[in-house]
Write a protein that binds this ligand. Structure first.
Ligand SMILES: NC(=O)c1ccc[n+]([C@@H]2O[C@H](COP(=O)([O-])OP(=O)(O)OC[C@H]3O[C@@H](n4cnc5c(N)ncnc54)[C@H](OP(=O)(O)O)[C@@H]3O)[C@@H](O)[C@H]2O)c1
Length: 269
């Protein structure tokens, strides 16, 4: 049997209780990693930790609210105290915060940045010293296709995910000489609770979270700088780069922003 690619490596995944995070935890464990799992829902986190142990790997579940720096600091400290290092860091915890532009308030952006940007930043700042000391590590940032082409109604989410993309772009270049690799992942629509109220056009159908997890594992193995998943979503990026007007037109024609079932229902009442 071939040696698992991440045998006895230490991974830390935030947002591990559900969706992409859960799928990534299991994919990493299947590849031989021991995993520290973070999220707020203790019961769900424990269930995923149990699944990891059933795969014969070690798991450390640490209840964490990534908006609180003290929580993130404790998460990293507990991981280092348990295993002494972090080889693969996946900043995945996120929240989909949307509002039409005419109704937007600063609070929408603060809320979005707190989890989608600062949650990842705290994790990086807390973990980086240990990685720098060992001159080794791989940081994976889960951004969104929304940071390649911003969708209408998503302003707070888009702003935070673009910020994360920018951070990843710079970190990737600066950390390379220290032996630390950075991958930014841009998922399209994924079938998770995050967007379960959103109907999407068939052209951007929701993909299973396991597909994103597989892409993350591949990206770490190949040290890929950026990953768009599904790959065909690159077409929108291509057309938008060619002409933002064309990109806007495609979004409008195909209704890429989707339909919020809750709003539709309330409109019907
Ligand atoms: N689904 C999509 O279509 C899609 C597309 C592009 C990018 N993404 C990104 O993928 C990532 C994972 O999302 P998902 O689709 O897998 O959604 P999900 O199933 O709703 O999972 C979100 C995860 O983030 C955790 N989380 C949320 N707020 C948190 C907080 N304050 N502190 C700690 N953990 C928190 C949740 O756990 P608790 O609630 O237990 O804390 C949960 O484990 C997010 O960054 C999202 O923006 C998703």
């Amino acid at each position: 049997m071939p040696r698992p690619p991440f045998l006895d490596q230490i991974a830390l995944v935030t947002g591990a209780s559900s969706g992409i995070g859960r799928a990534t935890v299991l994919a990493l464990a299947q590849c031989g990693a021991h995993v520290a799992l973070a999220a707020r829902s203790v019961d769900k986190l424990d269930e995923v930790a149990e699944e990891v142990r059933r795969l014969g790997r070690q798991a450390l579940a640490v209840p964490t609210d990534v908006r609180r720096r003290a929580d993130v600091s404790r998460l990293v400290r507990q991981t280092l105290a348990t295993w002494g290092r972090i080889d693969i860091l996946v900043a995945n915890a996120g929240a989909y915060i949307r509002t039409p532009v005419p109704a937007m308030r600063v609070e929408h952006f603060e809320e979005s940045f707190q989890v989608n940007f600062y949650g990842a930043l705290y994790l990086i700042v807390e973990s980086l010293p240990a990685m720098l000391e060992r001159r080794q590590g791989h940081i994976v940032l889960i951004s969104s296709m929304d940071a390649q082409k911003g969708m209408p109604l998503d302003a707070p989410y888009v702003a935070a995910k673009y910020a994360l993309r920018g951070l990843g772009e710079v970190m990737r270049q600066e950390l390379r000489p220290y032996g630390i690799f950075v991958t930014t992942v841009f998922p399209g629509r994924v079938d998770t609770p995050l967007i379960d109220y959103l109907d999407v056009p068939r052209i951007s159908a929701k993909i299973p979270p396991a597909n994103v997890a597989k892409a993350i594992v591949r990206a770490v193995r190949r040290r890929q700088p950026e990953v768009i998943v599904p790959r065909y979503a690159k077409a929108l990026v291509y057309f938008n780069t060619l002409s933002p007007r064309l990109g806007d037109w495609l979004v409008r024609v195909f209704h890429f922003e989707g339909w919020d079932r809750r709003t539709r229902n309330s409109q019907r009442q």
